[in-house]
Every structure is written in structure tokens, then in C-alpha cells.
Design a protein around this ligand. Sequence first.
Ligand code: EPU
Length: 341
Amino acid sequence: MPQSQKSNVSLKPYNTFGIDVKTSQFAEADSIESLRNILLQTDISKTPLLVLGGGSNILLMADFPGLVILNQIKGIEVVSENDKTLIVKAGGGERWHQFVLWAVEHNLGGIENLSLIPGSVGAAPIQNIGAYGVELKDSFHSLEALNISTGVVQTFTKEECKFGYRNSVFKNELKGKYIITSVMFELKKNPVFNTSYGAIQSELEKNGITELSVKAISDAVIAIRRSKLPDPAEIGNAGSFFKNPEIEKSQFDVIHEKHHDIVHYPGADGKIKVAAGWMIEQCGWKGFRDGDAGCHAKQALVLVNYGKATGEQLYNLALKISHSVQDKFGVTIEPEVNLIG
Ligand code: EPU
């Protein structure tokens, strides 16, 4: 085994669910060169590979029989500027929220609604992170990613990333083929703020804010998230465990007949997006706990590890939850987090 790699390493510090499993090999990369070296020293045709950023969107279900690479490529730099926008490049290993705070500090708009989302910059485009009416793709310019089999760094435009709701090309046809080394954003000097999400407006009113600013919105989002979502430093979790499903209008109409108060929004292609958290709560899971695996008491879409839950226990709870939503509403809910192992 190459010297830069360690063997038999616990992944507990590297996943926000706090699952205590081990990986056979572990390496950290703080540059494209070190990434290439690690890959050159590994027989990638035989070794399962898992690239981790913040580890905030995974559920580890077993020991990992391969190589985990921690992306630690840092750096934030302004690439170009005009009178309206700045193109800013951030290293894939930067913490997402640190990058948002950098934008807030420089009064640059576009990602303030995405404050306090755990995880790394490099992982953010993979699932097109989103919150409070805004998605990463709205401020995305392009990204650079290392092709794992050739070692070549390629640029991907917004179109090439094929962003969708919690989705991109990196979750589909290019899954496992690239490591995102940096992401470029187009940030605005005079942004149009998105306060369409009701809770943002009430939070701003509560704080007596009459003049909107990048900082005021960021602060409001931080306060809302803190009030509803568990802090992974205190209770293990990976944010929303399931995606909000999009269903056909005809199916929605049948459910709506029976459940008038079902929370829903317009979805893509005439479909209806239904709040999975609402359905899970209706099935009685909110606040449920079995051992250390539970369903968060303030947000039913979030599964939590109170301490020593295993990935399997959390997965079994997720299965029970999705079966009961299927039985009660006839709707299939799918995990948002990546299940590993
Ligand atoms: N709701 C309930 N009970 C619950 C949870 C939610 O009735 O236990 C209802 C709420 O009252 C609200 C609706 O469902 O009317 C939506 O809830 P919320 O605004 O909390 O958002 P969400 O749809 O549950 C999504 C994202 C979150 C993001 C929020 C805010 C997904 C899978 N999740 O959650 O993203 O922060 O909207 O925009 O789309 C994440 O991806 O990890 C994540 C936290």
C-alpha cells in the first residue's frame, strides 16, 4: 500500500450520520496532483472507490471494501469581474457554508438562500443542492472534474451537467467516473432576492428587516434551518433523507379528494410535487425512535442517529417509512441520500 494511504480507518468522523464503519484504504487529496498520484498508486479496475467531501449525503451501511478519498482541495479565487457579476472559483474540498459566508462577506448574491447546508463545494453540484426557492444551478457557471480513468481534468458547462431537482449527470450516466476538483459560480453585485419561501418573509419581519441584503437573507435562512433541522455536530443526520416525489396530476387528484390538506407545489412537466415530510408525519413517524435510529421530531423528512445506530438500522427505518407512505397515499418516496454498501 502506498505511504500516503492508511488502512483500516474508521469513517465515523467523515460522515454526518456518524456511522462507525471502516474503510480498507483511506487517502486525502489537497490538489489535483495528489489526486492523480493516489489514483496512479491504486488498481482502480479492482478497487471500489468512494470520494467524500463533507460526507453529509451518504448512509454507510457496511465496512467499505476499497479506497476512500477525502477531497481536501481548497481555495476561493475571483476569476473575472464586470459591473454586474463576478466569476468565482472554489476548490471542491471547500466547505459549502464557508464559501457561502465568503460570498456574504463580499456582499455577492445568488447563494445566500443556500446558507448552512452541510457538505462540500465539490459535492454540491452532484445533487444540485437546493433550499428556500433557490438551487445551486441558478448561480452555477461551470466546473472542473478529473476523469478517474484517464487522469485528465475536464470542464463541464451548466448544460453538460444536466441539472434537475436534486439531480445531475454525475448521479446518472457519469456516476463514479469523475471527481469534481473545483466549481465556478456567477455571483451578482446587485442580486434580485428570492424571498418566496414564506418562512423567510416571517423571519425578516420578526427581525424588523425592511431593507433586503445578502447578509439579512443569509441570517434568516440560518435561523430557519437552526429551528427545524438538527445540527450534525449534535445529532447525526444527512438532511432530508427522501426526495419530495413528483406525481402525475391524475394521481394527485385522487389523493387530494381524500386528503385536502396535502402540501403540494407545481412540479416539472405538469406534475405535482408533494411534501414527503408532510406524508411521513401523517403516517405517524415524526419523533419516532427505535434504539438510536429515529425520525426527527421537528422535520419528519430527516432521519437521525442519536448515537450508535448502524446504517442498516437507519435503512430499515427508512424502508418502514416508505412502505407506510406507499400504503397510505399510494406514493413511492425515494432516498435523497446515497446508500453505500
Ligand atoms: N412538513 C410537515 N411535516 C414535517 C415536515 C414538513 O407537514 O415533518 C410540511 C411543512 O409544513 C411544509 C412542507 O412540508 O409545508 C415542506 O417542508 P419544508 O419547508 O421543511 O421543506 P421540505 O420539502 O421538507 C425541502 C428540501 C430541504 C430544504 C427545504 C427548504 C428536499 C428533499 N428537501 O424540504 O433540503 O432545506 O425544502 O427549502 O427537497 C436537504 O436536501 O437535505 C434539505 C434539507
